[in-house]
Design a binder for this molecule. Structure first.
Ligand SMILES: *[C@@H]1O[C@H](CO)[C@@H](O)[C@H](O)[C@H]1NC(C)=O
Ligand SMILES: *[C@@H]1O[C@H](CO)[C@@H](O)[C@H](O)[C@H]1NC(C)=O
Ligand SMILES: *[C@@H]1O[C@H](CO)[C@@H](O)[C@H](O)[C@H]1NC(C)=O
Ligand SMILES: *[C@@H]1O[C@H](CO)[C@@H](O)[C@H](O)[C@H]1NC(C)=O
Ligand SMILES: *[C@@H]1O[C@H](CO)[C@@H](O)[C@H](O)[C@H]1NC(C)=O
Length: 620
């Protein structure tokens, strides 16, 4: 009898090995091209030569606050191109103001705008990426034919989102709000017609999975060139974002590129620039809490956000003094730097809770888990790149910086009682015990003590259970507060699902990996359902409904959409063999598991029969 089992077991093991080797065999095109020198792009003298038009001043104020309003979206005006030099435009505008006794009508202003500005978007032209591939290899990794077809359609969207700046932009940057960059880009889509900083991380990963290494590298080189010119990366590719950045992911982009191409030289050549950006955050965003140096989101400009000028003037009306208004605007812009504009995450009400509205924003008084986890990751990656270059002194320097940030994260942000990391409220000197996906961001970038994975996993799983994070049909919402702000419930965002799923996967315990796969599957299927229905990818979705786009906030839900597409392409690449569109709402993985149980059972039965046959033929 024992022989029969052994033969059966051998056959089962063999079928498992085949399955594993198939899962591992998906390779990527690792071809590199060594032209990775940072483009030597020269900007004109002034850093932001068109800022006197687009960032601040009387012209901006008068046009953006005209009554009745000239544009339904405040961003439209600041994206328009000048027809004359800034000096002539300003002089002629002052003449108009004088002629109209400082009170021009909306009609007067409309005439002025029509004459002195060209429609938005005229500085950009559609661009088909030269490295776009009809059949990127990730499509071969998708079993379900409907998902494979969808993957191909998402791959097609890269062509729709490609943009190139006209040559005249870099010749006459003072005529444009756009920040000139040397290489074409993939934009998020919708009203976001220029590149954005943190969006680009997920876009670039999607491009890498789509084997578009040249486009990905070009976008990273743009960012490196921007750091070299300005000392940091503005929120997006417009001069009016000059006072703020976004979550620092440039070093992570370089790491992604190097992981896909093995082009270590690219990382080594970028090191000076990456260190520079790291210092921008650690020098210009730091606070001291409980004797630890940590960073907060903040902004260094004055006035309302130019692209949401009218909205900011309106919320500013609730404050009596200019000083209070300025403070309010700086908190709005700091929230925009976090990428989460807006969210109850950044509200501190009088009673120290997250109740309230935009007038309660206190972003710069809240030490955010994600920013510090990212800076830890940046320091670790910079150390890693220095070690590739053999620069031991720098490796030690950056390992030490990473260690210090990690201590701060552990002692200020880890919360033993909640069993998770929490943002810290410096005003009230207490942790903010509210769910945000970023509470789990240290898992994503491994900003925790790996030897304690088991303990952390138990505690995180309890946190997920307690907050019922697994109960939403359309993904994990950004917070549990329903405020009608776009980074609150019920909205769900691709980058946040990504942080949760990849973070849980990193923990590497069976429960955490199980939840990770479950959430990835749910996300893919929910996005697929929405796409099948509406033929769109959205910038955000609805946690309360399976397969539905999001809403709320300052503008209509946008379609396109760079980071949503990037995350889906990555997960189709990683999990496309295990997800099927079969049963609704997250049933796919379970169905796949049932199938694999059936498969193993079938193989076992065949093996047992074969074994019995062999047994009989050997011994009878
Ligand atoms: C960063 O802070 C330094 C002073 O600490 C300042 O000189 C510099 O202009 C700031 N950089 C930016 C980009 O805001
Ligand atoms: C704060 O840190 C410094 C060194 O980093 C140390 O000398 C000092 O004792 C610490 N203070 C407290 C209150 O822990
Ligand atoms: C915001 O809350 C304050 C009270 O904290 C209230 O006075 C104000 O009307 C609210 N504003 C809006 C736009 O709801
Ligand atoms: C990491 O955890 C292990 C096991 O609990 C502990 O011995 C070690 O001191 C921890 N390291 C740090 C840097 O906290
Ligand atoms: C994984 O999840 C399934 C349901 O989704 C559950 O039945 C199973 O017990 C989980 N396994 C582990 C190890 O948590």
């Amino acid at each position: 009898m024992s022989k029969l089992y052994i033969v059966g077991l051998l056959l089962v093991s063999w079928s498992c090995l085949v399955a594993i080797s198939q899962a591992k065999s998906y390779g990527f095109d690792l071809s590199t091209d060594n032209d990775n020198a940072i483009a030597n792009y020269e900007d004109n003298d002034d850093k932001f030569p068109s800022c006197e038009i687009y960032c601040t001043g009387n012209l901006l104020h008068t046009i953006q606050t005209a009554n009745p309003k000239l544009f339904s979206d405040s961003k439209t005006f600041v994206d328009m191109k000048l027809n004359n030099s800034p000096d002539k435009t300003l002089a002629d505008f002052e003449a108009l103001m004088q002629a109209k006794n400082q009170t021009p009508t909306s009609e007067d202003l409309k005439k002025f705008v029509d004459e002195y500005f060209s429609p938005k978007g005229t500085e950009l032209e559609a661009w088909t990426p030269t490295d776009w591939k009809e059949n990127p290899s990730f499509l071969d990794l998708i079993s379900d034919p409907d998902l494979k077809q969808w993957g191909a359609e998402l791959n097609n969207i890269w062509k729709i989102l490609g943009r190139k700046m006209k040559d005249e932009v870099s010749k006459n940057p003072e005529y444009y709000s756009i920040i000139p960059v040397p290489n074409p880009v993939i934009i998020p889509g919708g009203r976001f017609i220029e590149f954005y900083y943190w969006d680009s991380y997920w876009i670039i990963r999607g491009l890498l999975y789509s084997q578009m290494h040249t486009t990905a590298r070009g976008m990273i080189q743009n960012f490196l060139s921007i750091v070299n010119r300005f000392g940091f990366i503005p929120n997006g590719g417009r001069v009016y974002y000059h006072g703020r950045s976004q979550p620092p992911l440039l070093t992570g982009m370089v790491k992604s590129y190097v992981d896909f191409t093995n082009d270590d030289k690219f990382a080594i050549d970028a090191l000076d620039t990456l260190e520079h950006e790291f210092e921008f955050f650690t020098n210009n965003h730091s606070v001291t809490v409980k004797n630890h140096t940590l960073c907060v989101y903040r902004d260094s400009s004055a006035g309302p956000r130019p692209e949401s000028y009218r909205e900011d003037v309106e919320t500013g009306e609730e404050f009596a003094t200019e000083e209070e208004k300025e403070l309010h605007w700086s908190e709005l812009k700091a929230a925009a730097e976090s990428g989460m504009d807006f969210s109850s995450r950044w509200f501190i009400s009088k009673d120290g809770t997250n109740d309230g509205n935009l007038t309660n924003l206190a972003t710069s008084s809240i030490v955010p888990v994600d920013l510090n986890a990212l800076l830890y990751w940046n320091a670790k990656l910079i150390a890693e790149f220095h070690s590739k270059a053999g620069n031991i002194k720098k490796v030690t320097e950056y390992e030490t910086k990473a260690e210090k940030i990690l201590q701060g994260i552990q002692e200020v942000l880890w919360n033993e009682e909640a069993g998770v990391w929490l943002d810290y409220d410096m005003k009230n000197e207490k942790p903010r015990d509210y769910f945000v996906p970023t509470n789990l961001s240290p898992l994503w970038v491994k900003a925790y003590n790996i030897s304690e994975s088991e303990k952390i996993s138990a505690s995180i799983m309890a946190y997920i259970e307690k907050n019922k994070l697994d109960t939403f049909p359309g993904g994990v919402p950004n917070t549990l507060s329903y405020t009608n702000e776009q980074w609150d419930a019920p909205n769900v965002w691709a980058p946040m699902q990504y942080i949760l799923v990849e973070g849980l996967n990193n923990l590497n315990t069976p429960e955490a990996k199980n939840m990770s796969m479950k959430w990835a599957t749910k996300w893919v299927k929910s996005n697929f359902k929405a796409f099948s229905k509406d033929r769109h990818m959205y910038e955000k979705y609805n946690a309360d409904q399976f397969g539905v786009g999001g809403g709320g906030g300052e503008y209509e839900v946008q379609t396109g959409f760079g980071w949503s597409n990037g995350v889906i392409i990555e997960w189709l690449s990683k999990h496309g063999r295990d997800i099927s569109t079969g049963a609704a709402g997250g049933g796919g993985a379970a169905a796949t598991r049932v199938m694999s149980v059936v498969g193993v059972a079938a193989v076992t039965i065949v093996a047992l029969i074969a074994g019995r046959f062999l047994w009989q033929s050997w011994f009878k």
